[in-house]
Design a protein around this ligand. Sequence first.
Ligand SMILES: [Zn+2]
Length: 226
Amino acid sequence: MRIIKTIYLLFLTENRKCKNVLHIRGIMTRLPSSLERLIDQLRKLPGVGAKTAERYAFRLMEWKTESVLALAQSLAALHQELRYCSVCHCLQDTKPCTLCDPNHRDPSSLCIVAYAKDIYPIESTKAFKGMYHALGALFSPIMGQNAETIDLYKIQKRVEEHSIQDIILAFDATLDGDATALFLKEEMKDWNVNISRLAFGIPLGSSLDYVDPGTLTRALLGRHRF
Ligand SMILES: [Zn+2]
């Protein structure tokens, strides 16, 4: 008798759980279309799944109207006010672009980055005063991207035009970053410029115990006189 009662109670619990699921699904299908549209857009962001997008959307509903409008205006301004410079391919909201203007930057050195966003961490150091050039893509043999993705002629033209002496390759320490750096080094060997790449090594403030073998190997190979 006790066993039958237990089975009955379990059945009731499971049935209630199922009803909740159906109930939740029922709410999901009744989401206002404007909210569903917002969730669909938010889901396009990297690292944002369906549940996170839903949470963001409901949180935005709690914002004051002026705050939501300010966010909407900022998003709209991204494409209305920003564009990629036709010379250096960095983002610019002024005319002419100051990042490739020799009157604003040291024209003797050029820092080549993979993407326009990569210049901002370098700029924040205030240690580099030269000009930039964003490739827009890395040479990735594994992904089947060939060297034609890199517009070498444009870089060469800038080197000749401004008599650039130093070229700094500032790429990620990845396979694609290494492949692109090696490719550029080979292609630029007759350009009469000094080519260097950002040093790899031990992060500031870190202990050797916590540095991975790959980083430590690079630090050893890239060591300099002290
Ligand atoms: Zn520019």
